[in-house]
Design a protein around this ligand. Structure first.
Ligand SMILES: *Cc1c(COP(=O)(O)O)cnc(C)c1O
Length: 223
């Protein structure tokens, strides 16, 4: 097992975020780094927490439930984002566990989340996920359905903070980031979760307020 310098990697990523923000004439503090810890055991996550990082992302409810309640016991002020697909029957678990749900992408899920929030009294912020590439296998609503879904989420009294996208793996991401920014603008949404290890600087140039970075911090994941 190779040793990954998590604290050093975090510092390097934060420096690059700062440089990209300055280049875009934006404040460094306007970009939040969501450190993606999917597949990592708690022992690999702790170095990031010890280095002072507080905002993390997971893509599966059950996996997150197995790690984060204990980590939260160890440290106050952690903020956890769900960045993966969510099934309606896990809505209660999701609103209980997460502070932000970035993968809201269909009317039935909005209904389930609204009910789960009423039941639990928890109201995590939500991002609407948009499938900007219209990829068959990918989660997210189609760009043409986004305005309606945002309106539906607001009508259900979800706290809609912004939009999220995952561009097609094999395409230049800029047009996808621009499209997401345009949908946000016309809907009065200020937050944009876009950009991963390979393209977060580009995403910041297009207005990302949240970048989701795993590999560049923690090293490559086991397949
Ligand atoms: C895994 C994942 C990331 C992080 O990807 P890296 O390339 O490791 O930075 C970001 N967003 C989502 C939705 C992911 O599932």
């Amino acid at each position: 097992m190779s040793v990954v310098d998590v604290a050093g990697n975090l510092e390097a990523v934060m420096a690059e975020i700062g440089a990209a923000a300055r280049q875009a004439r934006r404040q460094t503090g306007s970009v939040t780094l969501v450190a993606v810890t999917k597949t990592l055991d708690a022992q690999y996550i702790r170095p990031a927490i010890d280095a002072g990082h507080r905002v993390f992302g997971e893509n599966r409810v059950q996996e997150a439930a197995s790690k984060w309640p204990a980590l939260r016991q160890e440290r106050d002020g952690l903020e956890l984002h769900l960045i993966g697909a969510l099934q309606t029957n896990k809505a209660v678990d999701a609103v209980t566990l997460f502070d932000v749900i970035e993968s809201v992408d269909r009317p039935r899920l909005i209904t389930a989340l609204a009910k789960a929030m009423d039941r639990t009294g928890r109201r995590p912020r939500c991002f609407i996920q948009v499938n900007t590439g219209g990829e068959e296998q990918k989660a997210g609503c189609l760009p043409g359905d986004a305005d309606g879904l945002i309106a539906g989420a607001r009508a259900a009294r979800l706290d809609v903070a912004g939009l999220m996208c995952i561009p097609p793996f094999d395409e230049e991401p800029s047009p996808h980031f621009s499209l997401l920014a345009a949908i946000a603008r016309r809907n009065g949404l200020e937050q944009l979760s876009m950009g991963m290890s390979a393209d977060y600087a580009t995403a910041i140039a297009h207005g990302a307020t949240h970048v989701r970075v795993g590999t560049a911090i923690f090293g490559s994941r086991r397949p």
